[in-house]
Each structure stands twice: as C-alpha cells, then as structure tokens.
Design a protein around this ligand. Structure first.
Ligand SMILES: [Zn+2]
Length: 308
C-alpha cells in the first residue's frame, strides 16, 4: 500500500459536520473540521514553502529518497510542503497555533490573512497564539509591513527553552550562514512580545485542555500540543513530523531542517509510536493541506492517512 493513502474516511461524519458548522464561521462549513468536546479544530493555509532537496534530507540515502518521492508523484529536485495553521475555536476562545510566514520569507507563503478572511476568521478575534517554535514560517507572520502585531487582542505563548534560544544574542553567531536570517528575524519579532509573552514548560496546561508536549530536536524548545476534551486526544505536532512520505516511511532518516537531527529522529519515533498506538488524530503544519489525519503502522514503519 502506498505510504500516502488519500481517503475519504474523514472524522467529519454527517452529525459531526452539523455540530461543527454551528461553531465555525460560515465560510468553513464545508472545510475539514474536527470536533473536540465543545471545541472545533480546523486549519487555514499559509501557502507553501519551496525547499531544495539538499537542504531537506542531505544525509538520507539519496537514491532511496528519490525513489520514494517518485513513488509518491513528487518532484525530486525540491520539496514543496504546505503550511497549515491550526485554529481551535472553543466556546470562549479562538486559539491559533503559529502565525505563518508573513510577507518577507518566501513568495509562495504568507497567504494566511487572505485565507483567514476567506474562511471568516478576523485576526482581531484571536484570543491566543500558541507557538510551536521560532522558525520563520511559524513566527514571522506576527508583524505586518508596519511592524505592528497582526493579532491585536491576542495573548502569546511560547516554550521557555525556545524563547531562551532565540533571544540569546549568541544564537545569531552560532547559526550557519544560510540560517542567520532565521535568528535575526526571530529576535526582532520576540523583542516585540517581550513584555507580554507567557513562557511555559513541557507538560504545562498552556490553556484549558491544551497540554504542552516536549518535541525538541527540530529546534531546542520545539513544542507540540495535545488537545484534550474530546473522546480521544488530538496532537498539534508543529514540525516534529514534517513530510507525509519520508517522516512516516523513514522516520529515522535525519532531517536537514532539524537543528539537532539525532534528537529529531528520537522525538519523531516516539511520537509516531504513540500516535499509532492511541489511534490519535494528528494535525501537522507541513503535511498536505489541511494537514490532518492519522498514523498507522506499516510494517516496521508508519504511514499517514489523510483526513480530507
Ligand atoms: Zn515549519
């Protein structure tokens, strides 16, 4: 069976769709949505990235990598991952997990605000932004072209280790040349949040029903979030799992986008094992739009079963 199995076996059966559509803006009534207790999780696209293959998996066996990409009908010179921003609507909050790239990272990304408008979400209604980590495609959308915060009424939440890493002036010098802009861009944005950020530790209940899960490796303080309150937990994974074919079929291949590749592998293996065992739902930032599905075992590895 192909590692990526598109399926209509959606979580959104008819009854759930009706319940979900009552809680969502009109534009989202037909979009993917997952009911979690009295809350609804969906996602809005920020566009996609374009990454050279050499950046993404430089240390994987290249012939096997290319064969896997070809088998999945993907280009073999670059990766073009989607960017999906999860949004959780609870009875009294509108919570975003990350804020997209903004206009200064890549021309193919930074579409979040247009797509939010189309889906009926007003940035002014966002009560909370919970960050998974400080990379450009997750953080740089915080500010508009006038350096004003795009979500004027939101509270902001970030793992303490992630804050400490990107806020450290030494981080700019320590980053390889091609990623120095990551550190400069993160510092500029975090400086704006300095007096209002809520820093938290792994295991914390960041917001009611939102549990921080340590998934460091991609970055030193990367966090995922387990959402409780439904019949089963749902994991907002951020970039702990990034590629719908590679991350599942070969979770042990080191990823060039993980700052600590070895730790990234350990984190990924642990998460996949837990998600497959629990049959939990998964929302991951770079899986194919809308980024949600489930994890199944596939021999000694795994496969992603999309929920679209
Ligand atoms: Zn990312």
């Amino acid at each position: 069976m192909a590692p990526f199995e598109q399926t209509r076996r959606s979580f959104l059966h008819t009854g759930m769709a009706a319940a979900a559509s009552m809680l969502l803006p009109a534009g989202l009534s037909r979009a993917w949505a997952l009911e979690i207790g009295d809350s609804v999780l969906t996602s809005v696209s920020d566009g996609n990235l374009v990454l050279p293959l050499s950046f993404s998996y430089p240390d994987a066996p290249q012939d096997e990598l290319i064969a896997l990409l070809e088998k999945n009908g993907l280009p073999t010179d670059s990766l073009v991952p989607d960017c999906n921003v999860p949004i959780l609507k609870t009875p009294d909050r509108l919570i975003m997990f990350d804020v997209g790239s903004g206009h200064n990272f890549m021309p193919s990304a930074g579409k979040l605000l247009d797509n939010m408008a189309e889906a009926g979400f007003d940035p002014a209604d966002v009560t909370d932004v919970v960050f998974t980590h400080g990379h450009p495609d997750h953080l740089w959308g915080l500010l508009d072209d006038f350096d004003e915060i795009v979500f004027p009424n939101a509270s902001f939440h970030l793992g303490r280790a992630e804050w400490d890493f990107w806020s450290d002036p030494a981080t700019v010098d320590a980053m390889p040349e091609e990623r120095k802009t990551f550190a400069v861009g993160a510092q500029n944005r975090l400086a704006v949040l300095e007096d209002m950020i809520n820093l938290f530790e792994p295991g914390a209940e960041v917001l009611p029903g939102v549990e921080a899960v340590d998934t460091s490796g991609h970055t030193p303080g990367h966090m995922s979030f387990m959402l409780h309150g439904g019949s089963e937990p749902v994991l907002v994974a951020g970039d702990a799992i990034t590629h719908f074919a590679v991350s599942f079929a070969h979770p042990s291949w080191p990823s060039g986008s993980d700052q600590d590749a070895e730790k990234g592998v350990q984190t990924r293996l642990k998460l996949l094992d837990r998600l497959a065992a629990d049959k939990a739902a998964l929302s991951a930032y770079h899986l194919p739009k809308p980024g949600e599905g489930r994890v199944e075992r596939d021999g000694t590895a795994y496969r992603f079963v999309a929920s679209t």
